[in-house]
Write a protein that binds this ligand. Structure first.
Ligand SMILES: O=C(O)CCC(=O)C(=O)O
Length: 305
């Protein structure tokens, strides 16, 4: 396996121009691959403008894990103050036209088809704002939270600002997807991280990890079993915004929510999905629209538990 630690400078991770065979081979080996210019400058600007509208409540209320009752109304706050209130908003695609469009961005869909197969559905989006001083997320695997039946969970993490070590870019453990093992997770109180749990007991060390420093508009496509984390936006670096969308093969059921009454667990299949490529073999079940935007709790310097 190629050792990517030798190339941890700001430009050395390969940035692919297209989702070609080399892109797919890099993904298969390392569990991730970088797609250049996945979104245009205008699409990035539209997403950042919608981020502000979301935080201002222009698209409706954001169920909040972080804003105390009786907090000042958004209308009385500056843009900076209002953006600082949110570390991450889940399901922006439910209300933001720019986020909905980004879910189907053609270059990203090409990349997903290259690594998943012809039939691809999306089930979640997350908009990270990560203002100065805001925490990152501890080591985790996305399939721990969103299980598929065929290990096809794939993230498209799109930088909406240039992502750097200083402003809290993602870090990955290359190849950690290969064993196909879901590692245990526990609560943590590390001030570098928000309230999300941390994976532990895996056979890799922090010094094997690689920072993913990329220009805005780049998509990091990564496997749901890949261990990854981000550190805090260490201050005076503006925002480190990113849109993280999650996809899987349309052939797999999605046992993400408990089965309905009288439904056997083995056929649980959450249907709040968006087909982005090919055909949905379960179209006969219909689609539901139940998720609404919400934010996760955090505070400057860790979790507000
Ligand atoms: O963007 C970040 O800081 C963390 C994102 C992440 O861990 C994820 O999308 O699973």
């Amino acid at each position: 396996m190629t050792d990517l630690r030798a190339s941890t400078n700001r430009t050395a991770l390969p940035l692919f121009d297209a989702a070609d065979d080399a892109f797919a081979a890099h993904y298969a080996e390392h569990g991730f691959a970088l797609l250049a210019d996945a979104l245009t400058r205008e699409e990035v600007a539209a997403l950042n403008a919608d981020a502000l509208r979301l935080c201002r409540g222009d698209y409706g209320e954001i169920a909040s894990g972080g804003i105390p009752e009786g907090a000042e109304p958004a209308a009385d706050l500056t843009d900076e103050e209002v953006l600082r209130r949110y570390l991450c908003i889940h399901y922006p695609h439910k209300v933001s036209p720019a986020a909905r469009e980004a879910l189907r961005a053609p270059r990203i869909v090409d990349a997903l088809v290259a690594v998943i197969g012809p039939n691809v559905k999306a089930m979640q989006s997350m908009l990270f704002i990560k203002s100065e001083g805001k925490p990152g997320q501890a080591w985790h695997q996305d399939e721990y939270f969103i299980p598929t039946r065929d290990r096809s969970l794939t993230a498209a993490w799109i930088a909406l600002d240039d992502a750097t070590v200083e402003n809290g870019c993602l870090w990955v453990l290359p190849g950690s997807q290969r064993r196909g093992v879901i590692y245990p997770a526990r609560d943590q109180d590390d001030p570098r991280f928000d309230c999300s749990s941390e994976a532990y007991d895996f056979p890799y060390t922090d010094d094997q990890s690689v920072p993913v420093e990329v220009p805005a508009g780049t998509a990091l496509i990564f496997n749901g079993y890949l261990l990854h984390r981000s550190l805090e936006n260490s201050g005076r670096h503006g925002y480190r915004r990113a849109l993280a969308n999650h996809y899987m093969s349309a052939e797999s059921l999605l046992p993400w929510q408990p089965p309905g009454p009288g439904e056997h667990m083995a056929i649980a299949d959450h249907r709040d999905i968006v087909l982005v490529a090919g055909e949905d073999p379960y179209a006969w079940k219909g689609i539901i629209d139940v998720a609404t935007p919400g934010s996760r709790p955090d505070k400057d310097g860790g979790c507000d538990r």
